[in-house]
Design a protein around this ligand. Structure first.
Ligand code: CMP
Length: 138
């Protein structure tokens, strides 16, 4: 099925100069970038986005990290885009991520892990709509 998913190049990867390499990996995988912006999350925007994690032990650390600098946010489209983007990223913890995946290449720890991707269709719908209106998706 043709899907859309939501992707973030997190503050660590932007700061370290890996935005271009990550966009290249996405395009070379065959996924299409149909929405793209550079922005910076505020605590309130981060809380709304990660609402499932607010209240967890790691949330304060997650919010501090995600608001520390600019992020690139994207809408990706393709057949099975949700799973394909997750496969490109690799496991959440870079220590467990397969060789060649983006989190293995650019992530430092489970918190500072370079990229985000929606985990399922309902999350993708919510996350895309949270950041992109219809005029910003092509
Ligand atoms: P992400 O896919 O963006 O979704 C939620 C994020 O929380 C996750 O990536 C991790 O970066 C972060 N996270 C999950 N578990 C932990 C943890 N135990 N400690 C710190 N950060 C975590």
């Amino acid at each position: 099925t043709l899907e859309r998913t939501f992707a973030i190049v997190k503050p660590d990867a932007v700061k370290d100069g890996h935005m271009g390499e990550i966009l290249t990996a996405i395009e070379q995988s065959g996924l299409k970038i149909v929405g793209l912006k550079l922005t910076r999350l505020t605590p309130a925007i981060c809380q709304g986005f990660y609402h499932e994690h607010v209240g967890k032990g790691f949330y304060a650390e997650l919010e501090a990290f995600m608001t520390e600098g600019p992020v690139a946010i994207m809408v990706l489209e393709g057949e099975n885009a949700i799973l394909r983007w997750r496969d490109l990223m690799g496991a959440t913890n870079p220590a467990n991520a397969a060789e060649g995946t983006l989190r293995k290449r650019f992530g430092a720890s489970i918190g500072r892990n370079a990229t985000h991707g929606s985990d399922k269709p309902e999350s993708a719908r919510f996350e895309v709509g949270y950041f992109f209106n219809a005029f910003e998706q092509f």
